[in-house]
Ligand binder design. Structure first.
Ligand code: LCS
Length: 394
């Protein structure tokens, strides 16, 4: 079914990107093929020259992948999207596309550990200068800009501290320097936050998380707001080659159908767990954007329609108490990643953010006592009971 801009988000989740296919299937077929036959030599030449529209080779374009890309682009309100083999493939694609030697990048301090590592240890080899800044502090953001700043990249809320950054204000400053604004929207999904409406130029997701939602795919996506930005990204993706494969694209597209209802349940459960933890005597501090105690609570209400499914908290007794908790919870599984239907618990300083240089980790507020929860869609009473089993052992 054709969708249009005026349709509701539930309709877009179910129908976006799906076209008419041979035999009339209601879901996109998995075109598990590496290459596509040409009718004759002249058609092959025309396709390569771009004189005829069609499929050539799956690294360049594939109908199953394109259906999923169109769906994510539509949900984000962007022009086009490029499916990638992982969130990190999507993030590195953005930097390789937008930057050249001599450029400067600003990156938020609270971002996924390997993103920090990619910028500080890999991009630096190509004579790109990086400044890490707490992007929730607009004064610091403004101070960090230089005449050669080409990109500002941040997550909001940030992984794992849940610090919230003002997309609108950051975009205004960045655009006055002619720099592109890249928002990693993984924690919110387009259901809770629409960065393009607030001024962002590029949106990136680890689709491994909420977009797919079932912890069975590693994938990423780059969404561009403007159609004219698409060809340079597609060209770079084609030459770097870190594309998603048709089967994973199919699974993500399937996951998107329930994105709205999953996000509602993630938010509902996480709000209750955050409030439960906040009043718990063994908990020092809770970070969740929709708690009144969150430093950017007002901005969260303004910029997003829900707090999301991720909570971080500091246990009294630091990492030793955290280990007792993680080793004794029930229902919750001790694993990294987030955004799946199942609830997970992990320790950022020794797990997801262990690759970050220690000083950057501390600057970002990722203390040794911080524990991160990815709240799933299970029954809330069971989730609270499962946490209590661990908390009671401390
Ligand atoms: N962006 C964010 C906000 C992420 O949380 C992650 C992965 C990535 C990008 C990279 O995506 P990937 O390549 O893994 O698809 N975050 C993870 C986490 O917090 N635990 O395990 C992976």
């Amino acid at each position: 079914m054709e969708t249009n801009e005026d349709m509701g988000v539930g309709t877009k989740c179910v129908h976006s990107g799906i076209k008419d296919y041979e035999f009339g299937p209601v879901v996109p077929p998995i075109y598990q093929t590496s290459t596509f036959k040409f009718k004759d030599a002249d058609q092959g030449a025309r396709l390569f020259k771009g004189e005829e529209d069609g499929f050539i080779y799956t690294r360049m374009r594939n109908p199953t992948i394109e259906a999923m890309e169109d769906a994510v682009a539509e949900l984000e309100g962007g022009a086009k999207a490029i499916g990638c083999a992982s969130g990190m493939a999507a993030i590195s694609l953005i930097f390789f596309t937008l930057l050249q030697s001599g450029n400067h990048v600003i990156c938020g301090t609270s971002v996924y550990g390997p993103t920090t590592t990619f910028l500080s240890q890999i991009l630096s080899k190509f004579n790109v200068e990086v400044t890490f800044v707490d992007t929730s502090n607009i004064v610091e953001v403004e101070k960090a800009f230089k005449t050669n700043t080409r990109v500002i990249f941040f997550e909001t809320p940030g992984n794992p501290t849940l610090s919230v950054s003002n997309i609108r204000q950051i975009s205004e400053i960045a655009h006055s320097y002619n720099a592109s604004v890249v928002v990693d929207n993984t924690f919110m999904s387009p259901i809770l936050q629409k960065p393009f409406e607030l001024g962002a130029d590029i949106v990136v997701h680890s689709m491994t998380k909420f977009l797919n939602g079932h912890a069975d795919v590693v994938a990423g996506i780059v969404v561009v707001k403007r159609k004219e930005d698409y060809p340079i990204f597609r060209k770079m993706s084609n030459h770097i080659g870190g594309v998603i494969d048709p089967f994973n694209a199919f699974l993500v597209h399937r996951g998107l159908k329930t994105l709205e209802i999953r996000m509602k349940k993630h938010c509902e459960n996480a709000q209750q767990i955050a409030e439960y933890l906040e009043q718990h005597p063994k908990v020092e501090r809770v970070w969740y954007p929709f708690l009144k105690s969150h430093p950017q609570y007002e901005l969260s209400l303004e910029q997003t329609t829900g707090g999301g499914g991720v909570i971080s908290f500091e246990i009294k007794g630091g990492i030793e108490a955290g280990k007792i908790l993680m080793n004794n919870v029930k229902v919750w599984q001790l694993a990294v990643s987030l955004g799946g239907v199942e609830s997970l618990i992990q320790h950022p300083a020794s797990m997801t953010h262990a690759s970050m240089p220690k000083e950057l980790r501390e600057e970002a507020g990722i203390t040794d006592g911080l524990v991160r929860l990815s709240v799933g869609i299970e029954t809330i009473d069971d989730l609270i009971w499962g946490l209590e089993q661990g908390l009671n052992k401390i």
